[in-house]
Design a protein around this ligand. Structure first.
Ligand SMILES: [Ca+2]
Length: 394
């Protein structure tokens, strides 16, 4: 993985001055290489936007694969209130192609995304939210359309193809990333040893070079949202189980947030021996919210303040598949109102009925923008066209 990150960094430096393609409606590409970003000129993006990029292989080469590598991703996301700006990566050239992955929030270490065939779509959507929530830098990525020997065995996570060259994961080498080797001397004997050409890692470390800790001491999240994080890395020791004697924590403290909403999508810990403890603040001296073990999904948890702490501990025997969770942030708006905001557009049905009856114009539609807050309900003026309300403050 270290070699992949280094190569990715070099790629970023090498193409820093190449012009990219910013958001501009729907654009089709059939180049072998390019840069796509949501906007040019630096700074944060503005709303609303609605863009599609569809990448196809030159001459429809059937053996080509599309690979994207992110230079950065930083978008607003708040799934708790169903408000988010997102980038949807499609496995094909069309808005109805299957989803490969759906991004929102902030992420610094996104692995490359590869198409299964010779085309890919990028769908970028931002919305005119009420309450003017923060935006971000947006995104910038490089794409390539090329083919490699055995496509670098990407389906086994042994590497990926970019610009016709294989970039191998730790522990793999060769033109097709199919030759195992003991990378980085397996991280020295305290982390692993070389056996039959492969690294055998000691508990607490994983990967082809045994350099990655299975359970980082403390991970601090400052992004507005993280869609999925887990107690361990998938495929760890080939079993997808957490390590014994783990002792680690996650501090969720999103920049500028007033509260945090935590939600679990998977949970399986050895009952009464392995635990996840959750605290309503930055440390274990904060209010204790609960201890979770076994295989029942914990409830959705909302902090009372701007931080949550998760503390994960396991004993020395029996492991399970662990947990996967995600979080979003709540913000105090400029009026000092806190809590969940809900907003959207409403077809004003009663006006249709009354006016339709009065003037005999059946099918006339009116639109009104609405926003519900904790102690406050607001409506915009009524318009006959939804687009007329896009920029209207309420
Ligand atoms: Ca255990």
């Amino acid at each position: 993985m270290k070699s992949i990150l280094l190569i990715a960094t070099l790629l970023v430096v090498a193409v820093a001055f190449v012009n990219g393609q910013a958001c501009s409606g729907t654009v089709y590409f059939n180049n072998t290489y390019g840069i796509i970003r949501d906007h040019n000129g630096g700074g944060n993006y503005t709303r609303p936007s609605n863009c599609n990029w569809f990448i196809n292989s030159p001459d429809d080469q059937p053996n080509n694969q599309i690979t994207i590598v992110f230079n950065y991703l930083d978008t607003y996301g708040n799934a708790a209130t169903q408000q988010f700006d997102f980038l949807d990566v499609k496995d094909g050239r069309g808005i109805n192609a299957p989803d490969l992955v759906w991004f929102y929030g902030f992420d610094q270490n996104i692995p490359p995304v590869l198409s299964s065939g010779n085309s890919m779509g990028l769908i970028w959507r931002t919305w005119a939210f009420s309450g003017n929530p923060p935006t971000g830098r947006g995104f910038e990525l490089q794409y390539s359309s090329s083919s490699c020997p055995s496509q670098c065995n990407w389906k086994n996570n042994q590497g990926y193809c970019f610009n016709g060259q294989c970039y191998c994961s730790g522990g793999w080498t060769g033109p097709a990333c199919d030759v195992p080797y003991c990378a980085n001397n397996c991280g020295s004997s305290s982390r692993g040893i070389c056996q039959n050409g492969r690294c055998a890692c000691v508990p607490g470390f994983y990967g082809g070079d045994c350099l990655a800790p299975t359970c980082d001491k403390q991970t601090v999240f400052t992004a507005h949202s993280v869609k999925n994080f887990s107690d361990h890395h998938a495929g760890l020791n080939g079993k997808n189980e957490y390590e014994h004697a783990a002792n680690c924590s996650w501090l969720i403290k999103p920049t500028g947030a007033s509260r945090v909403v935590l939600e679990f999508s998977a949970f399986d810990l050895e009952q009464d021996w392995d635990f996840l403890d959750i605290y309503d603040g930055e440390s274990m001296t904060a209010t204790f919210l609960g201890r979770y073990s076994g295989n029942s999904l914990p409830p959705k948890i909302t902090s009372s303040g701007p931080a949550l702490l998760l503390h994960f501990t396991t004993d020395t025997g029996v492991a399970s598949t662990g947990f996967t969770a995600g979080y979003t942030s709540l913000f105090t708006d400029s009026d000092g109102n806190s809590g969940s905001n809900t907003s959207g557009y409403l077809v004003v049905a009663f006006l249709c009925t009354l006016l339709g009856t009065a003037i005999g114009a059946v099918g006339l539609h009116f639109y009104q923008k609405w926003q519900l807050k904790k102690d406050d309900v607001r409506y915009s003026t009524v318009a006959t066209n939804e687009e007329d309300l896009l920029g209207e403050d309420i």
